[in-house]
Design a binder for this molecule. Sequence first.
Ligand code: BTN
Length: 337
Amino acid sequence: MTRMAMINLKADNSQQMGSLQLLELLRDGHFHSGQEIGSSLGISRSAVWKRIKKINAEFGVIVHSVSGRGYKLAQEMVALAPAEKFYGRSMSWDVALINTLDSTNAEALRRLENGITAPFAIVCEQQTAGRGRRGRAWASPFGENLYFSLVVKVNKGVKQLEGLSLVVGLAAVRALRNIGVQDIGLKWPNDVLASGRKIAGVLLELVGDLADVCHVVIGIGINANMLNSAESINQPWTSISIETGRLIDRNALLAELQVQLDEYLANHLALGFSTFCNEWRQNDLWCGRLVELSSGERQVTGVVRGVDSTGALLLQVNDELQVFSGGELSLRLRHDS
Ligand code: BTN
């Protein structure tokens, strides 16, 4: 628990450098004239215009252009920043910051294949192929949210992972509460909802010998400053800035998330899921609600009765209490619930 998190804010390649310099200038959300930008970056006004178009194409960032005033980002953007912005907190793992990735989980798996030793974490500003549960995409616009993956080594097979995804959800809830989000809780197994809408999701991916030594990639996506750029999301969603009415510093969020993860993972490893049962129940938003559980083609209707000591879902189907577990299951509220 002593190593300082080290991250580097730098261009992923030389072509990105120019775009990032421009973004850096515009991050404050104020107007900057073409002339001012041009002289800061040492380029002509027409090159500024081309670069504005490029950051839109490359990062999907919206820049307003107003004649006589110049250019301004549609929304102020607080950059993910180097280690000194971790508010003096120390982590058990190193964190690599990359601007653009297909997916932090995919990058984590590649790094494992390349022999990087766990634990390690990856965070990025934008995902071009962010993965959600059940094969869904995860909306990942540039500079707005948190896209984070942590890789942990598991020494005693998947039994050691029982209930882990629920515990990660609890850690995310605690972090979000500490950042100021209220009316927050969980929908089994690990959807984090604020005001009844999705604010964060967890995707665990396993590799290696599931009966012996393996690795788990813990992917967490938190909607931080996203206000409206997620038309591709097919479920009700919210973000920290929508909930709190202010832009948040994603560095503070990242630090808080990691502090909570560090503690929750250590307790889970030492004590197992059963020790979290009460906390889970306190955060279970859908307990007592009538739901439809989908598992592939199969659908079961019942009333949520919480979780058992392994983190499996308890569903009352007619008069029978049935137990469900597995990553491919999903719950939906019945309209008559
Ligand atoms: C869900 O569907 O609820 C899970 C979403 C998980 C998204 C995160 S973002 C960081 C990490 N990288 C990914 O590609 N997915 C996870």
